[in-house]
Design a protein around this ligand. Structure first.
Ligand code: NAP
Length: 178
């Protein structure tokens, strides 16, 4: 995966940081974006960008900044602020302006949703590292995972009998890759 680029929209200390670290350790160049972004590199070497997703018009500039820095568009991006700030159309990440990245490439799209092994909600007790591991599997095309991608720590994708898709639209994390 050397040379590929990952962009994490809504990167804080928990899921965002773990996902960024996982893709970096897998050889990706990584950019992260949040309201407290700095416009410079973090100590880990991530490009830190400032953005507020309540103003989605600002999002295309993030893709421009990433392309300018890494000379390549992101092949993976994650919307990790879904429960904090919905996309303009809360049912679709594609309502976030994302430049030409999504519209001009083949893409795969997942609502990732971490659950307990028995299928119960994890509430806010999310596991950042488990998200990183699962997203890396998705990016590597591992498994035949549907868009409603329920997963369990140390197991990866698990199909549960009852899929709470309505909840996933609100709480799920989105990933798109070319
Ligand atoms: N069972 C599940 O799978 C489940 C359950 C609940 C939630 N979730 C998902 O997990 C996500 C949060 O995980 P986490 O708490 O571990 O995240 P995190 O990576 O620790 O933090 C997310 C960061 O997003 C940034 N952010 C929030 N609103 C933003 C906005 N309007 N514009 C720009 N950046 C914004 C915040 O940084 P700044 O303050 O610097 O902007 C925040 O620190 C939720 O959004 C949801 O998608 C999943």
């Amino acid at each position: 995966m050397s040379g590929n680029v990952a962009l994490v929209l809504g990167a804080g200390p928990r899921v965002g940081a773990s996902v960024a670290q996982k893709f970096s350790s897998n050889g990706y160049k990584v950019a992260i974006a949040s309201r407290s972004g700095t416009g410079s590199k973090t100590t880990e070497g991530f490009l830190s960008l400032r953005a507020d997703f309540t103003k989605p018009d600002s999002v295309p500039a993030l893709f421009d900044a990433v392309k300018n820095e890494f000379k390549k568009a992101p092949s993976v991006f994650v919307y990790n602020a879904a429960a904090l700030t919905n996309p303009p159309d809360k049912d679709s990440i594609f309502s976030i302006p994302s430049g030409s990245v999504v519209s001009q490439c083949q893409h795969y799209y997942f609502h990732a949703y971490e659950r307990q092994g028995d299928g119960k909600s994890k509430g806010l007790a999310l596991d950042g590292a488990a998200h990183g591991e699962f997203f890396a599997q998705l990016a590597n095309h591992e498994g035949n995972v549907p868009w409603h991608a329920t997963f369990v720590k140390d197991k990866g994708y698990v199909q549960f009998k009852q899929q709470d898709r309505a909840g996933m639209k609100t709480w799920g994390i989105f990933i798109v890759r070319s």
